[in-house]
Design a protein around this ligand. Structure first.
Ligand SMILES: [Zn+2]
Ligand SMILES: [Zn+2]
Length: 393
């Protein structure tokens, strides 16, 4: 059975915000020679201007240890000793695509055997692991009303049955247990787990160890997810570097995912989003039922508005959990990976009025500064604090 591979142990480098930093650094070195041993590591120098990550170990050239990361991310490859960025990399750097669009394109294109790894060949059957995993998850939801799968299920049912990602949902629903099991601590299991955590950044998936959740509100939405998680086939190039460029080619039709986004919007959301894809997916993230569940499980004060300090339970004693969630990071940042329970530290609970007022303030602030999103975490947090100071309690 073919091994499922990923570059493990580098989850931090696979967060979308970090991918953006990396893309910016790579773009500024596009077409330049790859720094070799004994040459100054220009890549490390440029990365340090965009990213806080160490790109350890320091005594090796970054390219040597991270080219597989950049390859899995479909950002860059090496051709004739030069660093060459993909279209996707350039689009991320100029923020032309949202995080949802990026993860979807990656899921549709990443396959085994992958040109990123040395077992690449072009005469085997292509397996699209992300499409297969998500379709299996959708089939569990539609046919069994179970909206999660574990990593063991992925190994046992998806990998074990040799599905390739193109099959129908009903096919996935009929898969039986194969008894395939990968022992804890095994590198492949770790890689599969990290792939799942990676893809869970798309706004309608959530990860809570050891489960991947489908975070949709209806079977119709679940079917839509299965419909968009379909492999893209193109003629494979025998040269792995050229194939990576091929996989990172630009696509012009991202509308499918935006259509899914605009459901369940109230007039306030519509006013805030103005049809902007980043803002729409920000709103959808905040509405996520899984996120609410995690938040209320982990917060010590589930009734207290962070903005006006109202205790909603006291004021409206008959209610439970009227707070809405507000994401403090830039609108384009997906929810971060779970790390203990502190993953939700960038989420605050706001009463519905304060939440609307905050988004209203953001709208005005963006307009005034001629921006569509915050440029950094710090800026997003500063503006939130500005709102907080201006509220009259
Ligand atoms: Zn409030
Ligand atoms: Zn909000």
């Amino acid at each position: 059975m073919k091994k499922w591979r990923w570059d493990q142990g580098r989850l931090d480098y696979f967060q979308f915000d970090e991918i953006k930093n990396i893309a910016n650094a790579l773009v500024s070195l596009n077409g330049r020679p790859i720094p070799r041993v004994n040459e100054p590591d220009t890549l490390r120098f440029i990365l340090s201007q965009f990213s806080e990550r160490p790109f350890a170990p320091e005594n090796y050239r970054v390219w040597r240890n991270y080219k597989r990361v950049f390859g899995c991310q479909l950002l860059a490859t090496e051709i004739d000793n030069q660093l060459i960025c993909t279209d996707l990399c350039k689009e991320i750097a100029i923020e032309k695509i949202t995080s949802d669009e990026y993860f979807l394109v990656l899921a549709q294109r990443f396959y085994y055997s992958s040109p990123v790894f040395d077992d690449y060949q072009t005469n085997d059957v292509q397996i699209f692991p992300f499409c297969a995993i998500v379709k299996f998850l959708v089939s569990r939801y539609i046919y069994k009303n179970q909206h999660f799968v574990s990593i063991d299920d992925v190994v046992n049912y998806v990998k074990g049955n040799n599905v390739i990602g193109t099959e129908s949902i009903s096919h996935y629903s009929q898969l039986s247990a194969t008894g395939t099991h990968i022992a804890n601590g095994n590198v492949e299991l770790r890689q599969i787990r990290e792939m799942v955590i990676f893809i869970s950044q798309i706004s309608f998936l959530k990860w809570k160890n050891p489960y991947l959740f489908l975070d949709v509100k209806s079977k119709e939405d679940a079917e839509f997810v299965a419909h968009i998680f379909n492999p893209t086939f193109s003629l494979r190039n025998v040269n792995p570097a050229l194939e990576i460029l091929n996989l990172g080619k630009k696509i012009n039709h991202y509308e499918t995912i935006a259509k899914f986004d605009s459901r369940e919007m109230n007039p306030f959301d519509i006013e805030f989003s103005e049809g902007n894809k980043t803002r729409i997916s920000h709103i959808r993230t905040e509405r996520s039922s899984k996120l609410r569940e995690f938040y209320f499980q982990h917060t010590s004060n589930p009734n207290h508005c962070d903005m006006c300090e109202m205790d909603t339970q006291k004021r409206y004693p008959w209610t439970d959990r009227v707070l809405e969630l507000h994401h403090l990071l830039p609108l384009s940042s997906p929810i971060r990976f779970e790390k203990n329970s502190s993953s939700l530290k960038d989420i605050v609970g706001l009463c519905p009025s304060c939440h609307r007022a905050t988004h209203k303030y953001y709208s005005k602030w963006f307009k005034y500064n001629d921006l569509n999103d915050f440029r950094s975490y710090q800026e997003a947090k500063n503006v939130y604090n500005e709102v907080k100071h201006k509220v009259v309690i």
